[in-house]
Design a binder for this molecule. Structure first.
Ligand code: ATP
Length: 344
């Protein structure tokens, strides 16, 4: 399992707090140079995993390997990692330049060298010319960049990021997602990112680990997790999913297993419209219509019980068109291969 391409390996790592299994026998192998995201709801164990990698906390059981070295019992300062927190933790009385240079000062790097590296970092995070400002003279996005520059100046092997964009408004957050990903590609450092926001995880990550109750439900690329969710939790947490099981599953597929089907894979048509062959077809009634500008979300009550969510882009339809569909009978169809069998 150990390879020179592994940045961090968790081998059966657990962290218990009394009766709470915050992290429960987790195995993962984070590759060197990748953008790896730990995604999950509040309390699923992501931050505890990050703290275990940083050395702020120790595992109850199991082993953590950092670039080939067992660091399970090493203090934080003996690990080649740095952390960026959600609240940035900048020193308010220091200038931007002094904040960024802090790690080098501790290491007693010469003033000249410090200035050179600070300027390099300011360029990297697009804050050139702002070295003498104080943190309270910066916007949220700029403060976030200072925190990044401060964490990157020591050139750590691994950068840990705990919900670093959580305090930003949506527009800025989306802009920083793209910037952060581009920055990571430029510096080539392994980024381990914690978020509960599935869209953020899909946008930025090379691979995602989906956490639930201290365990990993699935590890994969964004496309793998979205298109082939391994469990019902992964299917429901990453994007929206419909679940088909029991009688209906049997009628449609011949099997009583549980299947997931994404809302955008379902085609909504008039009951008289002819379907292409090889499609799964089912009839239903439009129970609710939610017009969302770019697309419309329909809630369809299907024959045989249950509701399915369907989304369609408003390419030709207006809000008036879609709202008149409420209560109408419709035909739903989708390709067989878009129904994914899932476990649990
Ligand atoms: P969030 O997104 O809310 O930060 P998380 O996925 O990062 O959540 P953790 O902070 O890792 O979750 O917490 C996992 C579980 O461990 C939670 O039930 C939490 O209450 C518990 N926990 C974490 N730290 C401690 C602690 N120091 N003492 C007791 N319980 C803790």
């Amino acid at each position: 399992m150990v390879s020179e391409h592994s940045a961090v390996i968790f081998s059966k790592v657990s962290r218990y707090f009394g009766d709470v299994k915050a992290v429960d026998s987790v195995d993962m192998n984070i590759r060197s140079g990748e953008f790896f995201t730990m995604l999950g709801p509040s309390g699923s164990g992501k931050t505890t995993c990050l703290r275990l990698i940083a050395g702020f906390d120790r595992p109850t059981f199991g082993k953590i390997i950092l670039y080939g070295q067992d660091v399970s019992n090493l203090p934080p300062y003996e690990r080649d990692v740095n952390t960026v927190f959600q609240d940035y933790a900048l020193f308010p009385h220091m200038t931007v330049g002094e904040n960024i240079a802090y790690g080098l000062m501790i290491k007693k790097v010469s003033k000249q060298e410090r200035e050179r590296r600070v300027n390099e970092m300011l360029d990297l995070v697009q804050l050139s010319g702002m070295a003498s400002r104080k943190p309270n003279q910066l916007s949220g996005g700029q403060r976030q960049r200072v925190a990044l520059a401060r964490a990157l100046i020591n050139n750590p092997k691994v950068l840990l990021l705990d919900e670093p964009l959580g305090a930003l408004d949506l527009k800025l957050r989306q802009q920083m997602q793209v910037e952060l990903k581009a920055l990571q590609k430029r510096v080539g450092i392994t980024f381990i990112f914690v978020t509960h926001d599935q869209e953020e995880a899909l946008t930025m990550s090379d691979r995602i680990a989906v956490f639930n109750q201290g365990k990993i439900e699935q590890i994969g690329t964004p496309a793998e997790i979205y298109e082939h969710p391994a469990t019902s939790f992964a299917a429901g947490f990453v994007g929206v999913s419909n679940f088909v099981h029991g009688e209906l599953a049997k009628r449609l597929t011949g099997s009583e297993a549980t299947f997931s089907i994404r809302p955008e894979k379902i085609h909504l048509a008039n009951p008289n419209e002819k379907e292409a062959t090889g499609m799964i077809v089912i009839e239903g009634r439009v129970r609710d219509v939610i017009y969302l500008g770019l697309y419309t979300r329909y809630l369809i009550e299907v024959e045989g019980g249950g509701d399915l969510v369907v989304v369609e882009q408003n390419l030709k339809t207006t809000s008036m068109d879609v709202l008149t569909q409420k209560g109408q009978r419709v035909r739903l169809s989708w390709k067989k291969e878009h129904m994914r069998q899932i476990s649990g």
